[in-house]
Design a protein around this ligand. Structure first.
Ligand code: KG4
Ligand code: ZN
Length: 416
């Protein structure tokens, strides 16, 4: 089965062709035209500008995708498009293009939830051969077997959720952010630190400077007494529920840098966790790096801690990461290490295997999307569409040829 996916929910115009072969999802073409440079000037995505760019790019992106995939229109079995959530002016371009193709090509079409797409990015084949642009070169790839129940930590620019999946396409949100999403916090803190847009990769790069420094210095004493002793809070980390809150973290960063007015109106030097207000903090590259590192670590600590707690309660067989923030290398690494430490069997010193059982679960698989499928792309939309199609009966499949009449972009589409 060959599926064409289209995604325009935010600032990437993306199209993809995937081939489902014995349940293995192989990407024949994955084209993403990013608008990052355009929006960087404004410090964030400007919806109307995004729409104009999508309009300019959608046809060239589709043309390139079909050329790279080397499939003819007649070979395409299904169209899938991001229906929401996202920016309405942006969503409309992809949805209109997909509906038009569905009508003229006489193909069935499905509207896909963007976050469902992020989750299903984990099901895309991992064999590098599957990324070949020539379909004839594709070898059979083996997807890692993914067992249910799955606990998926969704971390993107608009969402932070812990989603429990007992079976395909079945979502129970067991925890979510009460305010800002993790990616949004990265973007806002990057703006405060003058690191530009998008904030996630910029903060990760800055934080790396400190990580590199730490690995060079073996004497921990020196680090603890380094010039900048920043201790940000770990919001809601010790709360019993699985919810998150990141807006206070952004405020904590702000207060560490800027003075606040006293009640009488005069400026005061704010003391925050022992760090005295430093008038030129933002001019000090070391401070910016130290703050980026501490902020990133605070977000990771909370995400990892809540995911492990949810795993203790819900006993998943698989833990997954999804969404743009899942491109963060430190999050990928630290969550993996924490899962390994807590849930995997440990070797006993006498050579035997001392299986560390945890509530009957002695191993949890940890699955990550490839970085290019962590960020917005259309392969994930086609992948989710494949699983939806599989679940449909003959009548539903037939009526999907007329779905172009019904599908509407929905900025607030709910995951169900
Ligand atoms: O999933 P995504 O591409 O778009 C949405 O669906 O929102 O996620 C974008 C978010 C942005 O907030 C961006 O700053 C963040 O993902 N992001 C990262 C990294 N790469 C992208 N956050 C942390 N570290 C990264 N390496
Ligand atoms: Zn996304």
């Amino acid at each position: 089965m060959i599926i064409l996916g289209i995604e325009t929910s935010c600032d990437e115009t993306a199209a993809s062709v995937i081939k489902a072969d014995h349940g293995d999802l192989k990407v024949l073409a994955n084209v993403v035209s990013s608008q990052v440079k355009l929006h960087a000037k404004w410090g964030g995505v400007v919806p109307n500008l995004a729409a104009r760019e999508h309009l300019k790019n959608i046809v060239p992106v589709l043309k390139k995708t079909l050329e790279e995939a080397r499939v003819s229109i007649s070979e395409i079995d299904l169209l899938c498009v991001t229906q929401g959530p996202g920016l309405i002016p942006a969503l409309l371009i992809g949805v209109s293009a997909a509906k038009t193709l569905s009508f003229f090509w006489e193909k069935p079409i499905l509207g896909i939830h963007h976050i469902e797409g992020h989750i299903y990015a984990n099901f895309i084949g991992v064999n590098p051969k599957s990324q070949e642009t020539n379909s004839k070169q594709i070898k059979k790839s083996k997807n890692p077997k993914i067992s249910f129940p799955i606990l998926c930590l969704v971390v993107s620019g608009g969402h932070t959720q812990l989603v429990l999946m007992k079976k395909h396409l079945h979502y129970e949100i067991v925890g979510q952010t009460l305010d800002d999403a993790a990616g949004e916090a990265f973007d806002k803190v990057a703006r405060i630190l003058g690191l530009g847009y998008p904030g996630g990769p910029a903060i990760a790069r800055k934080a790396m400077e400190i990580s590199n420094l730490k690995s060079q210095i073996s004497n921990k004493f020196k680090i603890q007494n380094s010039k900048f002793k920043i201790n940000l809070p770990r919001p809601m980390m010790n709360k019993k529920n699985f919810d998150f809150s990141f807006s206070g973290l952004k405020t904590a960063v702000l207060y560490d840098i800027y003075p606040v007015k006293s009640a009488k109106g005069g400026p005061v030097t704010r003391e925050f966790n022992g760090a005295r207000k430093h008038p030129n903090k933002l001019n000090d590259k070391n401070y910016v790096a130290a703050m980026a590192h501490e902020f990133q670590q605070s977000v990771i600590d909370v995400l990892v801690s809540k995911t492990l707690k949810a795993a203790e309660k819900f006993h998943p067989k698989t833990i997954m990461l999804a969404g743009g923030v899942s491109a963060n290398q430190e999050l990928r690494r630290q969550l993996g290490e924490a899962i390994k430490k807590k849930f995997h069997p440990v070797k006993s010193t006498n050579g035997g295997s001392a299986v560390q059982k945890f509530n009957g679960v002695n191993k949890i698989k940890y699955i990550l999307p490839e970085i290019k499928y962590s960020l917005d792309n259309a392969s994930m939309i086609a992948a989710a569409g494949f699983f939806r199609w599989q679940k449909m009966n003959a009548q539903q499949k037939k009526s999907a040829f007329n779905n172009w009449k019904k599908i509407e972009a929905d900025a607030n589409l709910k995951l169900k």
